[in-house]
Design a protein around this ligand. Structure first.
Ligand SMILES: C[S@@+](CC[C@H](N)C(=O)[O-])C[C@H]1O[C@@H](n2cnc3c(N)ncnc32)[C@H](O)[C@@H]1O
Length: 203
């Protein structure tokens, strides 16, 4: 999208822009945009095939509010037009590269996330880990052990990037109702899976 057109589209939603990174099939953006017409929702996803159905529905059903958009990008190369526009950034159930970056606190990615946030913006990353089932994938990603000590250390890396972060863990069955995504629906029935919620504020 032309940067000027993009700026004009989001201008009426100043301080009310939510960016969902790794949006998958875009269900969170679709449902949120329909419910909260005074906020603008952007779904970021590298694999746009998964977005086909929801993006068509979103453009059709939000025509009047014009408050949703999907963008093909990765967390490593968030568009320059996104600089300081987000009042909220969300990452729900990351996997692969996205999990590695936010779960191990990669400076380049955290700085990129901070760049798209306005001061005092909220960042929420919801990780889901099943130590047995995910063992091979976590090993492949060279992830550090998902322990309390690790997440405590992660706070320092988030702070260095300009986020005050706290974390908590919960069973997957208690996924908050505000996280309406396709993967939330799939994972909430798991008995062995735990959620790790990283909640941060841009400082
Ligand atoms: C388990 S799915 C979760 C999808 C959605 N957030 C949900 O909750 O239904 C993980 C998503 O992360 C995306 N992803 C993986 N690596 C990424 C990256 N480097 N940047 C952005 N998204 C990425 C994948 O394409 C996939 O859609």
């Amino acid at each position: 999208m032309d940067p000027e057109v993009f700026r004009r589209r989001i201008a009426p939603f100043r301080n009310r822009v939510v960016i969902d990174i790794g949006t998958g099939d875009g269900l969170f953006v679709y449902r949120s945009a329909l419910r909260e017409t005074d906020r603008f929702f952007i779904g970021v996803e590298p694999d746009v095939r998964s977005l086909e159905k929801t993006s068509v529905k979103t453009y059709r059903d939000t025509k009047e509010s014009a408050n949703a958009l999907f963008v093909r990008a990765t967390v490593d190369d968030l568009p320059q037009e996104f600089t300081a526009i987000a009042s909220e950034a969300r990452i729900h159930f990351p996997w692969g590269r996205l999990l590695k970056a936010v779960g191990s606190g990669e400076a380049g990615v955290l700085n990129g996330l901070r760049r798209v946030c306005e001061p005092e913006a909220k960042l929420l990353a919801v990780l889901s880990v099943d130590p047995e089932r995910d063992y091979a994938e976590l090993k492949r990603l060279s992830m550090p052990p998902m322990t309390a000590a690790h997440f405590d250390e992660l706070k320092e890396l988030y702070r260095a990037a300009g986020f005050e972060m706290r974390w908590e863990t919960k069973p997957a069955s208690s996924i908050p109702s505000t996280i309406e995504t396709s993967w939330a629906g799939r994972l909430k029935h798991s008995k062995s899976r735990r959620l790790i919620l990283l909640s941060a504020v841009a400082i």
